[in-house]
Design a protein around this ligand. Structure first.
Ligand code: HEC
Ligand code: HEC
Length: 302
């Protein structure tokens, strides 16, 4: 907190506490004994309801004093007055770290039970899959969906279509270091609207959609010279680059003519964040085992 707000908070808080103290003392100067039994404040409602002049009972008053004593004690012990740390040294961060550490120790044994197993072994171990599934729910499902089937811009992890490869090593590398899929904006390189439309038709034809033969013929040389560097002459993509396979009719960003057009015109940036620090090696292997089990279930079962 900057110095100004530090003092602002301190002075205001102290003023309030003294203010409360003064208010209570001021309003109770009159002792209950000084008031005549039936003295009223002179208010009258509905002819027969009157307000008697009875001060608050003592025990009630003491409660007010108690809250003030509590407030002072609290502000001495805990951070509250501006930047002052309080004598107990308690901090939000400290509490969080302590709880995290306790949790880490508690769950360590759960994860340690699987140490030494590789991804394929983990993907066949029902207990490991259970743990991997809950890790996935916590760390991955916001982007990839609770069922790992992904969404527009977030790959489906249950199918056979992989940007970076289906091998255990590729999956572990993806989770550990993250990935950055960059499809450059190439609208300008295609010679105007017609060139762009031709390319959209060509890309869609790679996965079996019909297109006007003249458009396809016009786009092919451009694809070979511009796009093939990343997607390959056959359009099957390159897992070193994470350049999507354009021939399988499985789309990361969508396969309608409008969406493909937007992809080529404006480019796409997809970021999978690194999880090395967040999860650590052991948990990454377990969640990778779960991912591996999703797309290899039948193959490993047979
Ligand atoms: C902030 C969103 C986000 C989170 C969280 C996230 N991912 Fe991803 N993930 C992505 C995106 C986007 C891609 C595609 C990257 C690209 O296109 O280059 C991706 C790609 C992947 C791939 C590669 C898929 C392929 O086809 O090669 C795997 C595997 C993966 N994520 C697993 C995970 C796991 C496991 C977790 C949790 C530990 C996770 N992701 C958390 C956004 C996320
Ligand atoms: C520098 C490498 C590079 C070049 C050149 C390139 N692309 Fe891409 N392209 C990528 C990458 C990487 C992705 C994956 C983007 C992602 O992960 O979101 C991609 C994705 C795409 C997609 C989306 C696929 C999907 O599943 O939604 C289309 C369509 C596409 N490219 C078409 C083209 C066309 C057409 C050209 C040539 C005009 C081209 N690309 C040139 C790297 C490239």
């Amino acid at each position: 907190m900057p110095a100004f707000w530090n003092w602002y908070v301190i002075i205001l808080t102290v003023l309030f506490i003294f203010g409360c103290l003064w208010l209570i003392t001021w309003s109770t100067q009159q002792s209950p004994d000084d008031v005549a039994e039936d003295e009223t404040l002179g208010h009258k409602w509905d002819d027969n309801i009157q307000e008697l002049n009875h001060p608050a009972p003592r025990w009630w008053l003491y409660l007010f004093y108690l809250t003030i004593v509590f407030a002072v004690g609290y502000l001495v012990a805990y951070p509250g007055l501006g930047n002052l740390k309080g004598t107990l040294g308690w901090t939000q961060e400290g509490q969080y770290e302590k709880e995290m550490q306790a949790a880490t120790e508690r769950y360590k044994s759960v994860y340690d039970a699987f140490s030494g197993k590789d991804v394929v072994a983990l993907s066949q171990d029902p207990a490991a899959i259970d743990v991997g599934k809950s890790l996935f729910a916590n760390y991955c499902s916001t982007c990839h969906g609770a069922d790992a089937r992904g969404a527009k811009g977030f790959p489906n992890l249950t199918d056979d279509d992989w940007l970076y490869g289906a091998s255990p090593d590729a999956i572990v590398a993806t989770i550990t270091n993250g990935r950055n899929g960059v499809m450059p904006a190439l609208g300008a390189a295609l010679g105007g609207e017609q060139g762009l439309d031709n390319m959209v038709a060509y890309v869609r034809s790679l996965s079996g959609h019909e297109g006007d033969p003249a458009s396809l013929a016009a786009a092919k040389p451009l694809f070979d010279s511009i796009c093939a560097a990343c997607h390959g002459v056959d359009g099957k993509g390159n897992q070193m680059l994470g350049s999507a396979n354009l021939t399988d009719d499985t789309w990361l960003h969508g396969g309608s003519p409008e969406t493909v057009r937007e992809t080529v015109l404006k480019g796409r940036m997809s970021e999978m964040p690194p999880h090395a620090e967040l999860l650590g090696e052991q948990k990454i292997l377990i969640v990778a085992g779960y991912i591996y089990s999703l797309s290899h279930a039948e193959k490993t079962a047979n």
